[in-house]
Design a protein around this ligand. Structure first.
Ligand code: PMP
Length: 291
């Protein structure tokens, strides 16, 4: 499958308050965000022309920037309107939005106190992050070599670009070995998350998920916990050890891009795509599609 390069497409991108032609949406080489990781972003989905959890994603973008010490120069309302405008301008009803904010080029060293803060929003059609086969058969996850850092090592509650360095490396290693993605432990050795999604495990018919104390408390994660409770399942947030993977009955991951995707393999363990997973996938699909 050939993928159109992301810098060579038709359409428009919202950049610093106005629409620019997709191919002209550029930054300078000497951009602080590129050199030093002073960049935060969001991943947002629209279903049937409506943006799911728009307020939550937009607030998280603001919060992510503040955790990195900069303030986005647009209000929540302005950013919400810009996202809706981008979707309309791109003529997308079901798709993905990528708001991103970064420090500009006025300073080029560690200190970046007076850099301008830039914001852009792109939208495109993106049906399924892992492909449709994964949704029925389940993903294969490799145990990653990289661990999620401690909250005093990195701003772990921020959706900051720099935190994804070890995710790309872990995902590449997994793909090279024939897996779809990687499961990352945290700095203490507890199960944390996948490279771009949160994890859920069924134990004894209960729905367990790692405590998000050093990684993103995903918006999908919180939504799915609510859906599980509504179905009457006991939902448990706790520190989960890798030794417990042998006792897992079903597993899935959650994220805006990944939605709910079942997990069929983690390292040497295999799991069925079970009834709880299927039920929650149905419930999630009904919710995002406004049922
Ligand atoms: N963890 C990481 C590292 C992610 O990139 C994502 C996707 N944003 C998530 C978890 C899930 O977050 P959400 O459900 O808010 O998309």
């Amino acid at each position: 499958m050939t993928i159109l390069p992301f810098d060579d497409r038709d359409g428009y991108i919202w950049q610093d308050g106005k629409f620019v032609a997709w191919r002209d949406a550029k930054v300078h080489i000497l951009t602080h965000g590129l050199h030093y990781g002073s960049c935060v972003f969001e991943g947002v989905r629209a279903y049937g022309g409506k943006i799911f959890k728009l307020r939550e994603h937009t607030e998280r973008l603001h919060a992510s920037a503040e955790l990195l010490g900069f303030k986005i120069p647009y209000t929540i309302e302005e950013l919400e309107k810009a996202q809706l405008d981008t979707l309309a301008k791109q003529n997308i009803t079901d798709g993905y939005l990528r708001p991103v904010a970064w420090r500009g080029s006025e300073m080029m060293a560690i200190s970046a106190q007076t850099t301008t803060i830039h914001v852009a929003i792109a939208a495109w059609e993106w049906p399924s992050y892992f492909g449709n086969e994964a949704k029925t058969k389940g993903l294969k996850l490799q145990m990653a070599k990289w661990a999620r850092p401690a909250p005093n090592t990195a701003p772990t509650a921020s959706k900051a670009a720099g935190l994804y360095m070890i995710c790309t490396m872990s995902k590449h290693a997994a793909e090279a070995d024939g897996f779809h993605d990687a499961l990352m432990l945290d700095y203490r050795g507890y199960i944390a998350e996948a490279t771009g999604a949160n994890l859920f495990f069924m134990f004894g018919g209960e729905v367990h998920t790692p405590t998000p104390d050093c990684f993103l408390n995903g918006i999908t994660r919180m939504t799915v916990m609510d859906l599980a409770r509504k179905r009457g399942f006991k939902v448990v947030e706790r520190h989960i050890k890798p030794e417990e993977l042998k006792d897992v009955e079903e597993a899935f991951l959650t994220g805006t891009a990944a939605e709910i995707t079942p997990i069929g393999v983690i390292g040497e363990h295999t799991y069925p795509v079970g009834s709880i997973t299927k039920q929650l996938m149905e419930d999630y699909s009904a919710l995002v599609n406004g049922a």
